[in-house]
Write a protein that binds this ligand. Structure first.
Ligand code: PLP
Length: 410
């Protein structure tokens, strides 16, 4: 299987102006895609077009610019509904990203429906943004936090999950895909089991949406959050899906303009869904550009993107394992294009600095998953994560760079 059989790689690379530059005298290799992806010209142009021609505040204006801005903002809501497989746009709330979506659910659903003596389950694979909001809630309300352990391959131990489940559990929150290891979690099974004891389930989709097809109805997820910047869209915007009945039962998150129906000093009534959860002027331009990102992915084909990334992961894994002293962290049977590893005797940060000198951008450290690093008894890893614009030649540059690092430091 060659690269060109899966995607037209040269055409795709030409869509990403940022890739066409040298870092420290070498052509940039960008392998920090799990942190944030680069943006295609279609997304950059959508932002530019919005500010050049359509900028206005949405929903309340009757002039032409306000109508255009509102139309494009709401068109993204419909695009996100379709992208997630949700039943209605009322179930799509724009947020500033995954972190914001999880905090919204913890602060509203959590505060209202989870009480002292109840339990919340998360997993050992979570990003800090799917740990800390639940810990804060648990501290405030006297709730117990339980954690699904991770096996040596970096997969969740579902047998222990089965044992943790009981009628005391009111909410389960896990990621669909681990950012640190790339593990794809069996979320459909996790959700069904939680529902069987009456718990609702929040899925952190930050790392899944750029690699997998998402269907929240098929998964039967109660809440699903993602960030646009991980899927070729702008930073500072994302969406939270929530089942309509749950969203309707939840109190608002922030108070302010837009989320109200009527305000008097005695009492305020709240707007209908989804606006009840969208107080204040939203990030209109970035919401508009998110639609361009979704269309960009569709124009390539999401299955082709996934196949290309899988090919890069397989090739990179084979090559990495040939480096003496290198240990992969995360060898799940089902994983996305994340290669996390440690090299005996070399600090990940030194690897990162030396690779950057060679023009290769990787992420090093704990990846906002300190408990997971502790589980593997390491301070951090070096993580190369691949996107649609990456190539086999770039993987070769990483491997050559690591051989050089070893020669210098081991
Ligand atoms: C699994 C996971 N969850 C949550 C987040 C937080 O996303 P954001 O910073 O866009 O809110 C990230 C970001 O790296 C992530 O990888």
């Amino acid at each position: 299987m060659t690269l060109t059989e899966i995607v037209d790689i040269q055409k795709i690379r030409a869509d990403f102006p940022v890739l066409d530059q040298e870092i420290n005298g070498k052509k940039l290799v960008y392998f920090d895609n799990a942190a944030t992806t680069q943006k295609p010209i279609a997304v950059i142009n959508a932002l530019k077009h919005y500010y050049e021609f359509d900028n206005a505040n949405i929903h309340r204006g009757i002039h032409t610019l306000a109508e255009r801005a509102t139309r494009d903002f709401e068109a993204t809501r419909e695009a996100v509904r379709k992208f997630l497989g949700a039943a209605s746009t009322e179930e799509i709330i724009f947020t500033s990203g995954t972190t914001n979506g999880i905090n919204l659910v913890a602060s509203t659903y959590g505060r209202k429906f989870i009480k002292e003596g109840d339990e919340i389950i998360i997993s050992g694979l979570e990003h800090h943004s799917n740990i800390v909001p639940w810990q804060m809630l648990c501290e405030e309300k006297g709730i117990t936090l339980k954690v699904i352990p991770v096996n040596d391959r970096g997969e969740l131990d579902i047998e222990v999950y089965d044992q943790l489940l009981s009628e005391k559990v009111k909410l389960v929150s896990v990621n669909h895909v681990s950012n640190a290891l790339g593990t794809i979690n069996p979320v459909k099974e996790i959700i069904a089991k939680a529902h069987a004891v009456g718990a609702v389930v929040m899925i952190d989709g930050a790392q899944a949406t750029s690699h997998l097809d998402i269907d929240v109805q098929d998964l039967d997820a109660d809440f699903y959050a993602f960030s646009a910047h991980k899927l070729y869209g702008p930073t500072g915007v994302g969406a939270l899906y929530g089942k309509k009945a749950l969203l309707e039962a939840m109190p608002p998150y922030m108070g302010g303009g837009e989320m109200i129906k009527e305000v008097t000093f005695e009492k305020t009534t709240y707007n209908e869904l989804p606006y009840k959860f969208e107080a204040g002027t939203p990030n209109i331009a970035d919401v508009v550009a998110l639609k361009a990102a979704l269309e960009y992915m569709d124009s390539i084909g999401r299955d082709k993107i996934a196949a290309h990334e899988d090919m890069l992961l397989q090739y990179a894994t084979e090559q990495l394992l040939q480096i003496e002293g290198l240990r992969m962290i995360g060898e799940a049977k089902n994983k996305v294009s994340v290669a996390s590893f440690v090299i005996e005797g070399i600090h990940p940060q030194d690897i990162g600095v030396l690779l950057d000198n060679l023009g290769v951008a990787v992420r090093t450290g704990h990846h906002c998953t300190q408990p997971l690093m502790k589980r593997f008894n390491i301070l951090g890893t070096t993580r190369a994560s691949f996107a649609v614009y990456n190539t086999i030649e770039e993987v070769d540059r990483l491997i050559a760079g690591l051989h050089r690092v070893k020669k210098m430091l081991a």
